[in-house]
Design a binder for this molecule. Structure first.
Ligand code: SAH
Length: 375
């Protein structure tokens, strides 16, 4: 049985080298070839003898993602990639161009203009069932391996021919429920692939024990927390995870996180008309910003009608533009650091929360309206 080397950490590659009768330091060479030089095949690994390359070919393979879709937004250049995994399951990754990664008003300096962000998936589907998110309609199929996460970056760089400068773990899935593979992937990417930990963002719906773990391990990545409401009742309706880890527990762990890491968290906040966009909500956010050092990202609500949602989700509407602007202005007036996320890629259902892929093993009752999702 060939071992897939993609996603192996340095110690794992050293062990692999020994297992095929090579010296341990060969593992380090493999690590460099795989990740720094992004060699897609053993043939090009010129630091190995022909014989060693043959042994490598017989005992190992590199990567497994198969590109089956590549759609570009007409509006803003956002590009969505559909990959098939070895077991036939499918995931999406989204490449977000600089001017749209954040509202252009915020992209002041050159560095921000050069930013090219890749949004990666961490699971096939998701178990958390947030009412407003398209991925929830898939249910949870499985965790991605470390290799499948790293390979999204390698393949998208290769296919697009562009240098990716930032990485966000905001695609399908809850990254902190696939903790070890996610952390191994950030370790590989930040040590060998030229994206420093501070340019990597892990986004969580609020999996409290794993936030604590990230803090205690002093992880240097940025942490984003999907908040969406500071009222426990409302948040539980929007995000069932809030019943398991309610706001007080979440806030307590975030204070602890700041104490240990000194890193500001980013709160993501979708504005839902009449649900979380009132005066009281504003006051709670201002108070929060005074308690926990943070940034707030306001995200427009992107439609998920194409997955035919039921129940509460059918009643959710985006806050109309003028009122959303006013909400943001009021936060700024209160000296809260606030950014407005654009709706990059909405026309190709590649925007936040719109990622969903149809799988045959999913319930028959789930039909997708959009043609782009039907195969
Ligand atoms: N599970 C993680 C990461 C995936 S979701 C998390 O919850 O953070 C990435 C971001 O997209 C989250 O902030 C999520 O709340 C947001 N999102 C989900 N559905 C959305 C929608 N329909 N419109 C806008 N943003 C959405």
């Amino acid at each position: 049985m060939k071992k897939n080397l993609m996603g192996m950490t340095l110690p794992q590659l050293e062990e692999f080298a020994e297992s095929i009768g090579e010296k341990r330091y060969r593992g380090k060479q493999l690590f460099e070839w795989l990740y720094r030089r992004r060699a897609g095949e053993f043939e090009v690994m010129s630091s190995f003898s022909k014989k060693t390359r043959e042994v490598l070919n017989a005992s190992g393979s590199i990567g497994s993602l198969r590109l089956t879709g590549d759609t570009q937004s007409h509006g803003d250049g956002t590009r969505k990639f559909l990959f098939e995994l070895e077991d036939g399951k499918r995931i999406e990754s989204v490449l977000i161009p600089p001017s749209t990664a954040f509202d252009s008003r915020n992209a002041r300096n050159e560095e921000e203009q050069r930013r090219l962000t890749l949004c990666v998936s961490t699971q096939v589907g998701c178990a958390l069932d947030c009412t407003f998110c398209a991925t929830a309609s898939m249910g949870f199929l499985r965790n991605l391996t470390t290799g499948e996460i790293v390979d999204q970056l390698i393949r998208v760089s290769e296919i697009s021919g562009r240098k990716i400068t930032n990485l966000v773990y905001m695609g399908m899935g809850e990254p902190l429920m696939n903790y070890d593979h996610v952390m191994d992937s950030t370790e590989i990417i930040s040590t060998a692939m030229d994206i420093a930990a501070r340019r990597i963002t892990i986004s969580t719906a609020g999996w409290v024990p794993r936030i604590r773990k990230m803090a205690e391990e002093k992880r240097k990545m940025k942490l984003a927390v999907s908040l969406h409401s500071l009222d426990d009742g409302t948040r539980s309706l929007l995000m069932p995870i809030n019943r398991k880890y309610p706001l007080p527990a979440l806030m307590e762990v975030l204070a602890y996180y700041y104490k240990l890491t000194k890193l500001r968290v980013t709160f993501e906040y979708i504005l839902f008309d009449g649900v979380n966009d009132g005066e009281a909500d504003l006051r709670r956010l201002v108070k929060l910003a005074r308690t926990i050092p943070c940034k707030i990202n306001i995200i427009p609500f992107h439609t998920i009608d194409f997955v035919r949602p039921t129940g509460l989700s059918t009643t959710l509407r985006p806050t109309p533009g003028e009122r959303a602007d006013q909400f943001v202005r009021s936060l700024r007036d209160a000296n809260v650091t606030v950014f407005v996320r654009s709706s990059a890629g909405e026309d190709i259902t590649a925007a936040c929360g719109q990622l969903a892929v149809r799988h045959p093993e999913l319930s028959r009752t789930m039909h997708y309206k959009s043609a782009s999702h039907s195969r």
